[in-house]
Design a protein around this ligand. Structure first.
Ligand code: NDP
Length: 330
């Protein structure tokens, strides 16, 4: 098989049986087209939302059609002057081993500048999300305290490091002791909290943030984020980037009401979608690659091998098997 379709809309936590492997023919090249071979596939939490038949900021996936995500591919054959055999491209492509493209929405990437997989992570949407979310909504000021949830994941680990580069106190929340250790030893976070073993999150956050929380970069939502509210400072900024703890909910979630916390602290809570900040992408890539070259910004990846393991890698996001950006090498 060479193609992965969405076969069923997941109910609750997605399962392997929601996906179907099939074989589709690769059409002959027309003028202006080229043939791509998939090299690296990004699996991301937001894909879960597109599997529901619900209105959102991007349309849902169609049933029995190939899933689409961020992919790095190599040009094998070309009838398009702008894309030559041997070029590598990045863009939203189908979960297929090979596919034909006209180049629309694709960007060339240079394997001599960075490892190809990095264009799906720190130099791709992950890095752009971390940088633009933190800078544009968080508006960090040196000396402030930043709390990051999903801190050992792709976006979270970059957010925390940018916080350290900008002189913030950074506290990360993650799901295992190993991840908490990595936050401190590899990424320079000041403190880490394991939300799975901590009984009183509210007290743990207050203890880790003696000066309160000025910026909360939220990747997970739910009760972890509720606990953070108790420590926010006057004029705090809360960046609502993700809510992975709620993506598989089948009923309307309930929790504490945020309004009194926001009013009392004149705090800002804002939903964030990275594509709203396209005008900031060149600046973001320049900063991120500069910090990488200076050795100030590290990234880690969980590389899963094999086209057949793409759905499993996606499911692994919800059990936290990944550290840093999870990418499938085809
Ligand atoms: P991650 O690499 O962070 O992977 C997901 C992580 O979420 C897991 O490793 C796991 O870590 C954690 N997690 C899973 N289930 C739960 C749960 N129930 N409660 C708490 N944590 C959980 O993915 P990304 O960095 O790619 O994405 C992070 C978040 O950012 C997602 O919510 C995503 O939707 C969002 N996002 C939003 C964008 C936007 O434009 N708004 C763009 C890109 C990402 P652990 O072991 O710590 O539980």
């Amino acid at each position: 098989s060479n193609t992965i379709l969405l076969d069923k809309r997941p109910v609750g936590t997605p399962e392997l049986s929601d996906f179907k492997f099939t074989t589709e023919e690769v059409p002959a090249l027309q003028d202006g087209q080229f043939l791509l071979e998939t090299k690296y596939v990004s699996v991301d939490p937001y894909l879960r939302g597109r599997m529901n038949d619900a209105k959102s900021y991007i349309p849902p996936f169609e049933l029995h059609k190939p899933i689409v995500s961020g992919i790095i591919a190599e040009v094998l054959e070309s009838k398009n002057d702008a894309f030559n055999k041997g070029n590598y491209v990045s863009g939203m492509l189908q979960w297929k081993k090979q596919q034909v493209s006209s180049g629309k929405g694709l960007m060339k990437v240079d394997p001599r500048m960075a490892p190809l997989s990095a264009y799906l992570g720190v130099l791709g949407l992950t890095g752009l999300t971390a940088y633009t979310g933190l800078m544009e909504i968080g508006k960090p000021v040196q000396g402030e305290t930043l709390v990051v949830s999903g801190a050992a994941g792709a976006v979270g680990s970059i957010v925390g490091q940018i916080g350290k580069i900008l002189g913030l106190r950074v506290v990360g929340i993650a799901g295992t002791d190993e991840k908490v250790n990595i936050l401190k030893s590899e990424f320079g976070f000041d403190e880490g909290i394991n939300y799975k073993t901590t009984k009183n999150m509210r007290a743990a956050i207050a203890a880790a943030c003696p000066d309160g929380v000025d910026i909360y970069f939220d990747n997970v939502g739910g009760s972890i984020s509720d606990a953070v509210l108790f420590s926010i400072n006057r004029f705090a900024r809360l960046i609502i980037c993700g809510a992975i703890s709620m993506y598989n909910d089948t009923s309307m979630p309930t929790g504490i009401s945020v309004q009194p916390f926001l009013i009392r602290n004149s705090a800002l809570m804002q939903g964030f979608i990275v594509s709203n900040y396209e005008d900031k992408f060149p600046e973001a890539i320049q900063k991120l690659s500069g910090w990488m070259k200076e050795g100030k910004l590290a990234y880690n990846e969980t590389i899963v091998e094999g086209f057949e393991n793409i759905p499993t890698a996606f499911l692994d996001l919800f059990s936290g098997k990944n550290k840093g950006k999870i990418v499938v090498k085809v």
